[in-house]
Design a protein around this ligand. Structure first.
Ligand SMILES: [Zn+2]
Length: 220
């Protein structure tokens, strides 16, 4: 799952508009932001098998980001961090933590069994990646439903809908580019990790734009 993860950020923003959108976008993908950095650093490992349907990734070693205890630790850590650094209220911080955990829950649906229930333990995953059309429909469907929730909440708050719609369109475009980009077979190297990390950070920056309030204007 790639852009479908950001659906969780949109639902969270609709529920708790006080949480900044860049924080929620980073939260929904935090586990993969850590993963791409760890692939870069050689801490975790993966390889590409172009013969696989859906995602061509073979995620054979990622205990520090995608095991269940790791995902819980990242979620709690993120909630505490935004409370301390961004001074978010407790409820908004809890929402950020839940958004981080949503990543593991959504990965569970699509990954082939590569998510460890404990480091070195049993691996789980419902493998929707083996049904690429269904998997893509799930990601885009989640974006549509949660995006609609987000747009509706912005309207309630008297804010423009178009920045949210623009962000959703950007994500759909990104998904298409990712789908059409060929991935060379073999071990996923530091360059690939770095490129994936850069893409995640660009998405966080674009998400931040949706919270900007135009000055000297009645509407926001
Ligand atoms: Zn992931």
């Amino acid at each position: 799952m790639f852009v479908g993860h950001y659906a969780a950020a949109m639902a969270a923003k609709a529920i708790e508009p006080k949480a900044p959108m860049w924080t929620l976008a980073a939260a929904s993908q935090l586990v993969d932001i850590g993963w791409s950095a760890f692939i870069m650093a050689g801490v975790e490992h993966a390889r590409v098998d172009p013969a696989l349907p859906g995602s061509t990734l073979v995620l054979y070693d990622m205990p520090w980001t995608h095991s269940l205890p790791a995902a819980i630790a990242w979620s709690v850590g993120a909630a505490l961090l935004v409370m301390a650094l961004l001074r978010l209220p407790i409820w908004a911080s809890v929402i950020v933590g839940l958004t981080v955990f949503s990543h593991w829950a959504l990965d569970l649906l699509v990954h082939r069994p590569d998510l460890e229930l404990w480091p070195g333990g049993e691996r789980v995953g419902f493998a929707l990646w083996n049904f690429p059309v269904t998997e893509q429909a799930l990601e885009i469907g989640l974006l549509a439903i949660c995006g609609a929730m987000w747009v509706a909440s912005r309207k309630t708050l008297g804010r423009f809908a178009w920045p949210a719609i623009g962000f959703i369109a950007f994500l759909v475009a990104l998904q298409i580019v990712a789908m059409l980009s060929p991935q060379p077979a073999g071990e996923l190297g530091p360059e690939s990790g770095g490129l994936i990390l850069a893409i995640y950070l660009v998405v966080v920056a674009v998400a931040a734009l949706t919270d900007i309030r135009p000055k000297n204007s009645g509407a926001t």
